[in-house]
Ligand binder design. Structure first.
Ligand code: AMP
Length: 413
């Protein structure tokens, strides 16, 4: 195997690589980027951490051969990160290499304190821990990833990039729930929003696609992955987003219900005898598309719809109906809309979802050109006809690149 010559930057004396870590509850995703040209040097995924069937798949740099795989139990995040570090080292890109400038960590919840990427200190880590009660499913894994990476490279700057940060510009009237203020404040209950790194990146790229500055455009971003959220971005600042205290609120998602009457939860407790944990699992893991039709993959749902499957067709219609409601609501919030932008797995790939979500919204200045919509491409593009008053666009998201950009901007001096 050839070891690529990737230490040019180090030779020139200026570290220019950033390792991005996204630590989930049972997985770690990593990417090493060269910030000189924003290229991806290597990447990998460790999944099913803690199970007998753990797996690491590492993609080495171009010229370094095909993906390498390790199978067999990886006990915890510490072992996962060490295994990833070994794979990188085998490519000559180890964590101890002088070209590494920083490690950027995705952190899901930054509460109200973290409105921007932040260099991780003991104090910052403590604050992220203090936020665990509002993000019990996400922050603990992020914290484990940070601790392990800091143990491996205590001298290296490590940066937390928060999913919530982009949404901290929401006005108070959008961020507050209409519940008793004292109770809300005592338990930090408010709308924080998530997927902020993606909404920030995609809204900026959409402005670029329109040939304008972010400050001069109003856009609605529809991040439709397995998790899904919408945001209204006015002049580069988020003014409204669909996720709330947790990622459960808003759009119909792969396995989450999105918006629901909160009384459904009391009903499930009182009438169905379910516990809080059982309701949590029902709404987060067994609802949304999977709850409605048994599948959460939009490809499979469309295949079933095309075969005349009624449950899949109803699930699709509910998904699209919710999207339309948000497009309408956010058009009202923004007043003037320059673009509606689709991103993430479903948004980037599902022409039927884009077509159905925009259908009938001509009064809002929205239309989709069938031919443009059918094009499969990995680059930002317009799918609206020339006559449409509001652009409709597809912009592939790149959360890792955005985390690397924000991390590098903070440490490159
Ligand atoms: P993400 O969370 O952004 O990785 O998105 C994952 C989801 O994207 C999957 O669950 C699928 O529903 C959807 N997806 C991925 N590829 C396609 C495709 N070619 N067509 C339709 N949906 C897709």
């Amino acid at each position: 195997m050839t070891t690529p010559n990737t230490d040019n930057a180090a030779a020139a004396g200026k570290p220019s690589r950033v390792l991005v870590l996204n630590s989930g509850s049972s997985s770690v995703k990593y990417q090493l980027l060269d910030m000189d040209d924003r290229s991806r040097l290597a990447s990998g995924l460790v999944e099913r951490i803690g199970e007998e069937t753990s797996r690491l798949v590492h993609t080495p740099p171009a010229g370094g051969g095909g993906p390498r795989e390790r199978a067999g139990r990886i006990a915890d995040h510490d072992e996962a990160l060490r295994a990833a570090a070994e794979e990188l080292a085998a490519d000559g890109l180890g964590l101890d290499s002088p070209g590494l400038a920083a490690i950027g960590h995705r952190v899901v919840h930054g509460g109200l304190r973290f409105t921007a990427p932040t260099v991780i200190t003991d104090d910052v880590l403590k604050e992220i821990e203090r936020l665990v009660p509002v993000a019990p499913l996400h922050n603990p894994a992020n914290i484990t990833g940070i601790r392990t990476a800091r143990a491996l490279r205590p001298d290296l700057p490590q940066v937390a990039v928060f999913d919530t940060a982009f949404h901290t510009t929401m006005p108070e009237y959008a961020a507050r729930y209409a519940i008793d203020v004292e109770t809300a404040d005592a338990h930090r209950i408010r709308r924080y929003g998530f997927h902020g790194t993606s909404h920030a990146y995609v809204s900026r790229k959409a402005a670029e696609l329109l040939g304008k500055e972010p400050a001069d455009v109003n856009v609605i971003v529809l991040h439709l992955g397995n998790g899904a959220s919408a945001s209204a971005v006015a002049g580069g600042r988020c003014v409204e987003t669909s996720m709330g205290l947790t990622p459960l609120e808003g759009l119909v998602m792969g396995t989450r219900s999105g918006d629901i009457d909160p009384a459904v939860t009391f009903h499930l407790k009182r009438v169905a005898g379910m516990s809080a944990d059982e309701i949590d699992v029902l709404l987060n893991k067994k609802s949304g598309l999977v709850g409605l039709c048994g599948d959460n993959d939009m490809r499979e749902i469309r295949r079933r719809v095309d075969e005349g499957d009624e449950r899949a067709a109803l699930a699709f219609d509910i998904y699209v109906h919710r999207l339309k409601k948000y497009i309408g609501a956010y058009s009202a919030v923004l007043g003037r809309v320059d673009a509606v932008v689709f991103t993430a797995g479903v948004g980037e790939n599902s022409a039927p979802v884009r077509e159905a979500a925009i259908a009938g919204l001509e009064e809002l200045g929205l239309a989709v050109d069938a031919d443009l919509n059918a094009v499969r491409s990995g680059v930002p593009r317009l799918i609206s006809p020339d006559y449409a008053r509001v652009a409709v666009a597809v912009v592939p998201t790149d959360e890792e690149l955005e985390i690397a950009n924000q991390t590098f901007a903070l440490v490159d001096n």
